[in-house]
Design a protein around this ligand. Sequence first.
Ligand SMILES: C[S@@+](CC[C@H](N)C(=O)[O-])C[C@H]1O[C@@H](n2cnc3c(N)ncnc32)[C@H](O)[C@@H]1O
Length: 277
Amino acid sequence: MCSTLEAGSQQGSWKLNLATESQPTFEKLVKSSERVRDLGEVFTPSTTVQEMLDLLPKKMWTVHPSSTFLEPSCGDGNFLVAILERKLGRVSDEFENGLLPAGVDIEAAQFHALEALASIYAIDISSENIIGGTPGHEIGARTRLLSQFSEWNELELGKILTPRSIAMKAAKWIVDHNLIVGNMLATDTGGKPTGRENIPLIEYVFNPGNRNVALLKTTMGDVISTQEAKTGEMLSLFPAAEPEKFWTGKALSMGVAEIIEAPSLLGPARNGTGRRA
Ligand SMILES: C[S@@+](CC[C@H](N)C(=O)[O-])C[C@H]1O[C@@H](n2cnc3c(N)ncnc32)[C@H](O)[C@@H]1O
């Protein structure tokens, strides 16, 4: 048996996932020996992912403001789906108890679910892993997160989303901008800079008061230098407690529905001063 997310798997090694004993599924941790050799591609089993996430402080799963994560070599998204699962679980709990900051209706829950989705950033050098859609790589990380978002809407809110639903269009816009094909090494094997500093990123600030979202363009270079200067680590981007620190440019403020109408923010990269070149 294999889960729908791993459909099309023909080769590589398989591991029995005992996380759900009543419904065992198989996880594909290696796609091919060539990809292990060329990309160092061995995926982390879901049980290990869960154990690692358990080590994080509980406050990481707060609904709002939602802590941000960056996976710098995400594969097809094993960490991303586990992070989203935890975040959506918290949205469900607060929705059921009437505690969501945006309100008690279904749209409030969708607002915070989009906030959770928008807090997850990822890079991988392989387009097969991010985008998928090719033989042997049918499902990429973007599709996995979108499927998860859609399934959560159906199971928790009784909302069946289609590609034309506004929430689904907003979710697709978010994963298309947050999950990026790119090289996260600073230099290639010849010592030449890869230009990772220019990888474009969007910062989101969700305002539950008016259910608007502010979008701000930034770059990986800005994020890395700010984060390294601060903590020497890269686990959490744009720490939620102090988002204004990153508020260095003109923001677009819009309702969730308007995210999908957002002009392309991925224009020229910023120069070293943090302003657009
Ligand atoms: C060991 S796998 C880990 C995948 C995922 N993080 C997981 O734990 O399941 C390493 C991943 O890094 C990606 N990768 C290799 N070189 C990279 C680079 N220079 N920049 C970004 N991603 C890279 C590969 O495509 C592969 O998906």
